[in-house]
Design a protein around this ligand. Sequence first.
Ligand code: ATP
Ligand code: MG
Length: 373
Amino acid sequence: MIRIESVTKRYPDGTVAVDRLSMEIPDRSITVLVGPSGCGKTTTLRMINRMVEPSEGTILLDGEDIQRQPVTTLRRSMGYVIQNAGLFQHRTIVDNIATVPRMLGWGKQKARARAAELMERVGLDTALAKRYPYQLSGGQQQRVGVARALAADPPVLLMDEPFSAVDPVVRKGLQDELLRIQEELGKTIVFVTHDIDEAIKLGTMVAVLRTGGHLAQYAPPSELLSSPADAFVEDFLGGDRGIRRLSFFPSGRLELTTGPVIPLDATAEQIAAPDALWLLVTDADGRPLGWSEPGDLAAGDIRPDRLLSHGRPFVPGTDSLRVALDCAVLSPTGWAVAVDTDGRVTGVVSQQTIGEAIRSAHAAGRDDEKVAG
Ligand SMILES: Nc1ncnc2c1ncn2[C@@H]1O[C@H](COP(=O)(O)OP(=O)(O)OP(=O)(O)O)[C@@H](O)[C@H]1O
Ligand SMILES: [Mg+2]
């Protein structure tokens, strides 16, 4: 949908902010521009809506040169969100969100109704509608910024470090919200950040830029993690990229065993039967209670308070191999507990089995499926 073709931006003082950048931004997905301060991210983003004009090269929107489109029409098709939201301080929240629809000539009622609908969509209580921006938290203001950008339903959203100014917990909430909105609305989002973890979490495609506006690598996040193009990208990705890459492998294919799983009212035979060092005891509903060595269990008298913690369980298919591995590493027995979405045990799996799954997933390159966590 958006094609950047050999674009260079030289500012009047001679600074080359972007140097012969070429990339294709896919439709209806999130493309992230990431890189150190001053590498040309904002400049690139602003060239897409012509707040900055390129010195050389072309940008195409749906195959058409954006230079040939009136700036107002172009900007109407692109919502823009910046750090600290950039809200109009003298306008209420509802009027901030309704800005563009009002500019487009919508009636007051219709524009406000649209604003209310968007507040809900971005997870804001409509009771905040009559407040002014200074009466909102930073995270809430940022949500208003997103709602305002979505108001006229533009196909494209340009976002420049929108979540950088909020604390990590609020930030995670905003990121999750954005992924949900993207899934629901199918916008084409170009997202700028200097945070590689944010890039990996949000991006379908990630462009790593280096100072001087050079594109160092343009790839899906799992590919960045598995095959960084050069030392700069590798260094920018930081440590433990092997572990982080496991986030892209699903856990649904892990082979679970139910052999060591016994109910609270297990008979002496059930306790003795499994050839296992550890047994996982479950309650009457099949929910995990804890681990024990078989020798410490007496039929008819299993005491839940004497069991070792079962640790955090994982949900195969929903959680990634990274989560499954984490559960096994944190488990007192080295075995991870798998549960269904209702929290009932579906089996257990050892660190060793997870390790084998990791090796075969790497071998098969089965990283095309992006899963949560
Ligand atoms: N109007 C301008 N005139 C001259 N140089 C500029 C101008 N705007 C930006 N630059 C320079 O262009 C380069 C790229 O700037 P840009 O704002 O695109 O970087 P950025 O990647 O967004 O950085 P940050 O992460 O700090 O926001 C920098 O060296 C910057 O100083
Ligand atoms: Mg910037």
